[in-house]
Design a protein around this ligand. Structure first.
Ligand code: G
Ligand code: G
Ligand code: MN
Ligand code: NA
Length: 258
């Protein structure tokens, strides 16, 4: 509860920041967008990773105001880049969506409000949801989809393959992008694990046949990048290209694209 009090204070005192990790083309390395990743800059403890405080925020209900702040911040940032860089209008900002936030009745209304305020277009936004969120909230998802599509907001399925991936779900749900989990990408190095190669191949085939794109996460070596490219994966994200970056560093990353 001590941490809960400080989490509440952290929100009031704006101790959260977003980092942005580039997502690039596997072939040309051209920038396609960023994934927003939240961090807590604790006055004494320094940077705290979301793995440590998101679960607590979920238990305490603080996840809603925190998620709304994340959404607001990521959209303002993207709108700023769109205003400053011509090429940024083709980029997508991916935001991780927490289950409670997704379930909140004001979810869509709040998105609309933020898009209006920031003047960001829906086509510059992508929502990252996990398989477990999808499976526990299928009705909610299906009722939101037409509204999101109307706004050209896309949806990625995060950590794909690690949860209860049901192929039946994939067929039924209009998801734009599958994010292949790092655990499979790890196995691509040095042919360490033939099973991982086969799984990635299968995921890419399924995605292609259902008209979805694929992003591979946690790409750390050029060998992994090459293999992914050969397997037909169009987009990659990982330390090979860049770790999550501060707003300033992400801006420099965009600048280098020009
Ligand atoms: O960036 P990092 O590796 O520390 O992220 C750890 C976990 O926290 C990841 O599973 C990621 O999806 C989650 N996470 C990071 N940023 C956010 C965020 O803004 N919102 C939510 N809901 N989860 C996040
Ligand atoms: O669960 P999700 O995919 O949203 O979380 C992404 C997490 O993976 C972030 O915490 C990010 O910091 C981390 N990450 C991104 N690229 C790499 C990478 O190449 N290697 C490792 N080990 N972690 C990465
Ligand atoms: Mn993610
Ligand atoms: Na992931």
């Amino acid at each position: 509860f001590e941490l809960e009090t400080s989490l509440r204070q952290a929100l009031e005192q704006q101790q959260f920041i977003l980092h942005y990790q580039p997502i690039v083309s596997a072939t040309s390395l051209e920038l396609l967008g960023f994934e927003a990743l939240v961090r807590w800059v604790h006055p004494e403890k320094g940077l705290i990773s979301p793995g440590k405080f998101i679960p607590l925020a979920e238990e305490t209900g603080l996840i809603i105001p925190l998620s709304e702040w994340i959404f607001q911040e990521a959209c303002s940032q993207m709108a700023q880049w769109c205003a400053d860089f011509r090429m940024a209008s083709s980029l997508k900002m991916s935001i991780n969506i927490a289950a409670y936030h997704f379930q909140s009745p004001q979810f869509l209304e709040k998105i609309d409000q933020i898009l209006t305020e920031t003047q960001l277009l829906g086509k510059n936004l992508k929502l990252e949801i996990t398989e477990s969120l999808l499976i526990k909230n299928t009705d909610r998802f299906l009722s939101l989809v037409p509204q999101l599509q109307q706004r050209q907001i896309e949806i990625s399925l995060d950590d794909f393959g690690t949860g209860y991936s049901s192929l039946n779900y994939l067929k039924r749900f209009p998801i734009n992008t599958l994010k292949i989990d790092k655990s499979f990408v790890d196995g691509l190095d040095y042919q360490k694990n033939q099973a991982d190669v086969s799984i990635i191949e299968a995921i890419i085939h399924i995605a292609q046949s259902l008209g979805m794109d694929v992003v591979a996460e946690g790409v750390e070596t050029d060998r992994q990048r090459q293999q992914l490219q050969q397997l037909g994966c169009e987009a990659i994200q990982g330390y090979l290209m860049s770790p999550p970056l501060t707003s300033e560093k992400a801006r420099e990353f965009i600048n280098r694209q020009l």
